[in-house]
Structure formats: C-alpha cells, structure tokens
Design a protein around this ligand. Structure first.
Ligand SMILES: [Zn+2]
Length: 158
C-alpha cells in the first residue's frame, strides 16, 4: 500500500482519527494541528500506536516543490507547512490526502497521486475559514485580512 501523506486540511477533516491505516506528516504540519482533539489525547494515541509517523522531508525535495510552485503560480498560496507535506509525499512516493486547492495543484504537476477528502453529505456541511496565525475565523477568506497568514477551511457540522 502507498504511503498516505496527510496535510493540515486532512487533520481538520478528521481523516487520521477515522482510519486504522498508517499516516505520514511533517513536523511543521504536526506543529499546526497538534491542538486538534487535544483534550481527548487523540493525536497522542495516533503516535503511540504508530498510526501517525512524523518525518522531516529532505531539503532537495523541498526545493523541487518550491520551484514547481513558482512555475504553476501557486507559490503565494502555499504555507511552509503545505510545501513540507508535498515534499514528503514526493520523497516517499506516496499519495497525498488534501482538501487544499493549491496543494493538490502543485502535487498533480509533480505527478503525485492526490486523494481529495470526500465529505459525506456535503450539502449539510458549511465551511468556516480560520487563521492558524491569529486564530480569527471568517466566512470566506483565503488570506487572513488581519495578519496575512494563509487561512484553513474547516467544516462546521450542524
Ligand atoms: Zn490571522
């Protein structure tokens, strides 16, 4: 089975918590998402049971991703967390699970297998955008108008 590499949007969508498969992510993404389900200790459990492995991509892969992102014009829409996770996917020759348009576009241009996050009953879900930098949330904004960080999309189930 291919290595499943998860970006931040996968964690916000709950992908690793709902699966018994082994997932991979980078230290940068882990830093961003480790607060999720912290009260239940869910991420700690993933790591302790070896279902989540955190791997730092090698520099050459990061540089390849940066070059490609400039080519495709997605550069300004990618956070350093996004770049790291594409680089890791490239290094492991894995499949990238993401809900982020810029991440998936660059990954596809690098001939990586991209698996979109399938949201069941999508018509019942509304999305909120929030800023990992200053923790503000918005109904729609790809760049935080307050601090300029790239925002994340999160489902708000009714
Ligand atoms: Zn912000």
């Amino acid at each position: 089975m291919a290595f499943r590499v998860l970006d931040a949007t996968s964690f916000y969508a709950g992908i690793p918590f709902a699966s018994q498969n082994i997932s991979y992510t980078t230290p940068l993404v882990f830093e961003e998402v480790k607060h999720i389900k912290k009260n239940q200790g869910a991420i700690t459990v993933l790591i302790e049971s070896n279902r989540l492995k955190i791997v730092e991509p090698e520099r050459e892969f990061t540089e390849m991703v940066l070059r490609k992102a400039e080519e495709t014009g997605d550069h300004q829409h990618l956070s350093k967390e996004d770049v790291s996770v594409i680089a890791l996917c490239l290094q492991l020759e894995g499949e990238l699970i993401t809900d982020d348009f810029a991440v998936s576009n660059v990954a596809k241009h690098m001939n990586l297998k991209v698996v979109p996050i399938m949201t069941k009953g999508a018509d019942r879900i509304s999305w909120v955008y929030f800023c990992p930098g200053c923790k503000s949330s918005f109904s729609k904004a790809s760049i935080c108008p307050i601090c300029g960080s790239k925002t994340r999309r999160k489902s708000s189930k009714r």
